[in-house]
Structures are given as C-alpha cells and as structure tokens.
Ligand binder design. Structure first.
Ligand code: CP3
Length: 357
C-alpha cells in the first residue's frame, strides 16, 4: 500500500474527505486542452493527439500549463479515456473534426470473447510513465488526479466505433444480447480496476471515473450497465488503495445521485442540470460534490462569469465537501482569460462559506 503524501496544497484532498478548508478548491475538467495556445503548440510538437498522449515529457508539459496560468488546486493526468480500448487492439484514431474512431469496432460475440485485459505496466506503460513524470515535476506541491472512463462509456465507443452516434448499436446489444454486453463490461471493469490501481502506484493521489454516457440509459439500464460496473471498480479500489479518494461522474446523472453515493465512492461530479443545494440535500454527508458551472458560461463576459460563480457557491452553501468545477469539459472556444476570471471569483468569494460560525 502506498503511504499518504504530505502536500503543500491539500485543499482538494481535504474537500474530498469533507474536512474543513478555508476556501473552496477549484480545478476544471479538460483544463489542459485546445483553448490554450501553449497546448496547441505542444500538440504541434507531438504531431497529433495520440502521439502527445504517448510522450510522457509532453504529457507532463501540458499537464503543468493550466496550473502555471491559473493556480488551480489539482493537476489531472494528461491522457484520454480511450487508451484502454486502444490497448485492447481496436485501433484508435482521432480524425480531424470527427473525434475518436475505431478501426475495428466490436460487432459480434467472438470479438468480445477474444478481448484481453491490458496489463497497465506493459500495454499502457506510456500512461504510467506520464503519471511518474508528472508526479516528479509536481513534487509535493499539488495533488494529482488519475482517471479512466467508466466501463459503459468505454463500451459505447468500442461498439459504436465512433463518437457522436445515437447509441443504437450498443443499446441493441443491451436489449438483444445482454450476456454479450455483460461479458464486455466485466472485462472492462477488470481492466479499469488494474489501470487505476497502477496509476495510484505511479503517483496519483485521487481518482475520477468519467461516465460521459451513463445519462443516455433508462433508469433500470443505468443501474445494470453503468452503475454496477463502476461499483465493482470502487469496491476493488477500496480494497487495494483505501486511502485514495474516488470521484464518480455520470454526465446527466442527476437522477441517480443516491445510488451513486451508495457505491462507497468519496465524491460525485455533477453537471449543471441539477441544483447543488438539491444534490447536497439528497446525498447528505455521505459524499463530497464536485461541480457544476455550465462550461458555456465561460464564453460570457467576466462580470457575468463572476455572478454565475457566486450562484454556484451560494447553491452549495456553507460548510465542507464542495470542490468547484465545471459541469463538463471546458469548451475549445473559451478565452483563457475567462477561465482566469472564474478561478479568481472562486478564490475571492468562497472563503465566507468556510468561516467558522
Ligand atoms: O481534464 C484534462 O485536462 C485531462 C485530459 C482529458 C482528455 N480527455 C484530453 C483530451 C480527459 C480527462 C479526457 C477524458 C475523455 N476523453 C472523455 C471523458 C470526459 C468528457 O469530456 O466527457 C471522453 C468522452 C473522451 C474521448 C474523447 N477524447 C473525445 C470525445 C475527444 C474529442 C475529440 C475532438 O476532436 O473534439 C477526445 C480528444 C481529447 N482528449 C482532446 C483532449 C485535450 C482534444 C484532442 C486534440 O488535442 O485535438
């Protein structure tokens, strides 16, 4: 078991444990990305997005970029959720303007039977090397978040073969051959469990599971195909790395917060379609909450951004257990100085919510 690291800035880890802090910690989903000119320069050096992901030095460089600009309270590993399906042999490509595409999507039982479970330190060595390089560069200044996609979300890309689909192929599999989908989800749960555990051993201080597409399922199907595999992963992680906080984020998952909180995770990411006060009342003190400014707000003028930040902070209200974030990834069109306005507003406005009574 990894020992607990002492960090100069541990606001984020304290908030995840619902311990007192003197202001609300803040980071942004997709904080390293195309809205930053320095990111675009690093990606140009790499050639393309996957070459960037496979280069630990450049991954480290882009991970540090938003930290240097904004003074955020957490770093997140620069990588992608589709590294696991790529390591399973599906042939990942990012086509300009089309998003991710797999050369060999899963279309029959045999393809699923033949899938192996990637070994993180060999098949995904470049990701673990990136974690180690970033940890070295961060020293003990800030916590590092490791992440993975949820089994359901990975399966949607693997079966549909591309992003931007209507999910008809994977939903048909769920309804026509649920045992086939269960086999796939079991392999992905095992793969994600090993992958996240390896990220912890390489230097991650907290873990987040991105369930971008859980919200497209009917409630009973969400429980079976999205939540249950995530719950298995949380169970595994709590056994092998009990000190590491785990955040679950189902986009559009506002109706499932209670069951998500019962998985044993430490925090829930929430998007902007649910009010934080309502979310907090529903989960009580079982988990911390991370969110939930609509990323589109960052396209508006800084004065509007400040007002929107104030509303999010007021909605969560006084006390512990809030991590400020966007409700989904930052948009590519965001002016970098607008993200700065958001971070400054959180720093300026949040201390009153943590003042001792
Ligand atoms: O938060 C961070 O800064 C860490 C990096 C990160 C990336 N992807 C980098 C990235 C994280 C956490 C992800 C997760 C991810 N990847 C998700 C889940 C989160 C979410 O946004 O819902 C999903 C669904 C993916 C799959 C994926 N990767 C898509 C749909 C795309 C966009 C394709 C496109 O061209 O718009 C990517 C590419 C990607 N991942 C980029 C970045 C910075 C942009 C690639 C580029 O530089 O061209």
């Amino acid at each position: 078991m990894t020992e607990t690291r002492t960090l100069d800035n541990d606001l984020f880890l304290r908030a995840l444990k619902r311990e007192p802090v003197d202001r609300t910690p803040v980071w942004m989903m997709r904080q390293a990305g195309r809205y930053l000119p320095e990111y675009r320069a690093s990606r140009a050096k790499a050639g393309d997005f996957m070459s960037l992901c496979r280069n630990p030095e450049l991954c480290c460089e882009v991970t540090m970029q938003p930290l240097e600009r904004y003074g955020l309270d957490a770093a997140i590993l620069f990588s992608d959720i589709l590294t696991i399906p790529d390591a399973m042999g599906l042939g990942l490509e990012f086509k300009q303007g089309e998003g991710p595409v797999f050369e060999r999507p899963l279309r029959d039982a045999r393809a699923i039977e033949n899938l192996g479970i990637p070994d993180p330190e060999t098949d995904l060595r470049y990701v673990m090397d990136a974690v180690r390089t970033i940890r070295g560069a961060l020293g003990n200044r800030l916590p590092l978040i490791g992440f993975s996609g949820s089994p359901w979300t990975l399966a949607t890309y693997m079966v549909e073969g591309a992003g931007g689909s209507d999910f008809s192929l994977i939903k048909r599999m769920a309804y026509d051959s649920p045992e086939m989908l269960d086999t796939l989800l079991a392999k992905l749960s095992a793969s994600v469990s090993l992958y996240l555990d390896a990220q912890v051993r390489a230097g991650a201080d907290a873990l987040m599971i991105f369930d971008t597409w859980g919200g497209v399922l009917a409630p009973a199907d969400y429980l079976q195909f999205s939540l249950e595999p995530m719950a298995r992963i949380v169970e595994h992680l709590k056994r092998v790395a009990p000190q590491i906080p785990v955040i679950l984020f189902t986009k559009n998952g506002g109706q499932h917060l209670e069951v998500m909180a019962q998985t044993g995770c430490d925090a829930l990411g929430v998007d902007w379609t649910i009010d934080l006060a309502t979310a907090r009342a529903r989960v009580g003190d079982r988990v911390a909450l991370q969110g939930n400014l609509d990323p589109t707000v960052l396209l508006a003028q800084p004065a509007r951004i400040e007002a929107a930040v104030a509303r999010v902070l007021e909605s969560y209200g006084h006390g512990n257990g809030h991590i400020f974030n966007l409700g989904h990834g930052i948009l590519q069109q965001t002016p970098p100085e607008h993200a700065a306005a958001m971070v400054e507003a959180v720093r300026a406005l949040s201390p009153t919510y943590h003042a001792q009574e």
